[in-house]
Design a protein around this ligand. Structure first.
Ligand SMILES: [Zn+2]
Length: 412
């Protein structure tokens, strides 16, 4: 089997998909179920059909493009990623795994290879949390991690429910039908840019993910008492922002004190009310993101954050309300898929680095229903989620080649 990845085709397809955006180039913004997302989906489906694949979509818009194997009733070998993009994003996050997956399948077809297991490209709906506040919507539903009832209640910033928005976008059927039956997958491999600097720094062309870190997020509503910035004297104040400031530092400290480099905590949003220069802040909303590769350690940090914030609130005579938005478990990648990826790297004499994925991906949820692993390619300076995100054509081609080789090995 001689595998040839068509470099010009995949490079021009990455450019073409990037041009379907709500923002001016080079910025890519493609929010789930927006006109540009729907246009990008139509464009992708046309490419899949052109490649001879059979396309189907589920009720939440997850899109499957299948190359039927010689044993059509056998479990499936899957690959794929997402094409939605946060505001002000770049061209490669998710897209490399979708177009790389498609190119890998085309390379295999062209080589004369015939799979025993069907090979299926999967384009996940809403990996990014932009619209509905929760990431990996499609894979959570596919894996049964998110109950359909809870999904139906999700609302976007305009108050529209997921159910209304997806139906308006043309995705009918019931959310109950989205979850995949047990044993659907023989294996699943996701190609993705690293979104960190390690591969580039160590000049290693490929990373094989052995573990995916577990994200948890909290919203903390801090309520004090407002008033005139001149008239209310310091002893009488219950300033919500001063309390929130102490909490933010306590959250940072909670991550430091875990003793592990893999523990990270971030306060990414601090909304201050009323937000006037001469008014004491009466209310603050913090959004907290905590991640770790170890569930117990992460949950210990979460508990520390909660008790510390409550004691700060007590000392300052302020009330807080903590709302746990999600607390997902980390995932171990499957030894068989890791081995298939490693063998493919060795076959092509490519060095690889076993690594942890600190960002989470749809594979985190797919790992609950399928043997999963991920393949990373370097991205310049580790930049991602910004317009200057960049992966070189050589790296994209290398990742695609190893993915193709891996899909072949897993589907024999
Ligand atoms: Zn991504």
């Amino acid at each position: 089997m001689i595998l040839t990845v068509n470099r010009d085709r995949i490079v021009s397809e990455i450019e073409a998909l990037a041009s379907i955006s709500e923002a001016e180039p080079p910025v890519v913004t493609r929010i789930v179920f927006s006109p540009s997302d729907l246009k990008a989906r139509a464009w992708m489906k046309a490419r899949c059909a052109e490649a001879g694949l059979t396309v189907r979509e589920d009720a939440v818009g997850n899109t499957f493009a299948r190359w039927t194997g010689s044993d059509p009733s056998a479990p499936v070998v899957g690959t794929g990623s997402h094409i939605d993009a946060i505001p002000n994003a770049g061209k490669f996050d998710g897209v490399v795994g979708v177009l790389g997956g498609l190119e890998a399948i085309r390379a295999l077809r062209q080589s004369g290879f015939r799979p025993r297991y069907s090979i299926e490209l999967l384009i996940f709906t809403s990996e990014e949390p932009t619209r509905f506040g929760i990431g990996c919507l499609g894979s959570r539903l596919l894996s049964g991690t998110l109950p359909p009832d809870a999904a139906r209640k999700l609302k976007d910033n305009d108050g529209a429910t997921l159910d209304d928005v997806r139906r308006a976008a043309g995705f009918k059927g019931e959310l109950e039908e989205v979850s995949l039956p047990a044993g659907y997958y023989h294996a699943f491999a996701e190609l993705h840019i690293e979104q960190g600097p390690l591969l580039e720094q160590q000049q290693i062309p490929l990373g094989i993910v052995t573990r995916i870190a577990a994200p948890a997020s909290l919203r903390i509503l801090v309520e004090g008492s407002g008033g005139h910035a001149g008239a209310v004297l310091m002893p009488d104040r219950r300033d919500a922002l001063c309390a929130a400031a102490e909490m933010i530092l306590a959250i940072e400290n909670a991550a430091h004190s875990s003793g592990a480099i893999d523990t990270v905590a971030t306060v990414g949003i601090c909304d201050v009310f009323p937000g006037a220069v001469n008014s004491i802040p009466s209310r603050v909303r913090l959004s907290v993101d905590v991640r770790d590769t170890d569930l117990q350690r992460r949950d210990l940090v979460m508990r520390t954050i909660e008790t510390t914030c409550r004691s700060i609130a007590n000392q300052r005579h302020i009330t807080i309300n903590l709302e746990l938005l999600n607390a997902d478990a980390p995932a171990d990648c499957a030894p068989a898929v890791i081995e298939a990826l490693s063998q493919s790297c060795r076959k092509h004499e490519l060095k690889f680095l076993p690594m942890v994925s600190r960002a989470y991906h749809d594979s985190l949820f797919m790992a609950r229903i399928a043997p999963v692993a991920m393949l990373f390619i370097p991205c310049r300076n580790g930049y991602s989620h910004r317009p200057d995100e960049y992966a070189s054509p050589e790296d994209v081609v290398r990742g695609t080649l190893v993915l193709a080789e891996t899909l072949a090995a897993l589907s024999e």
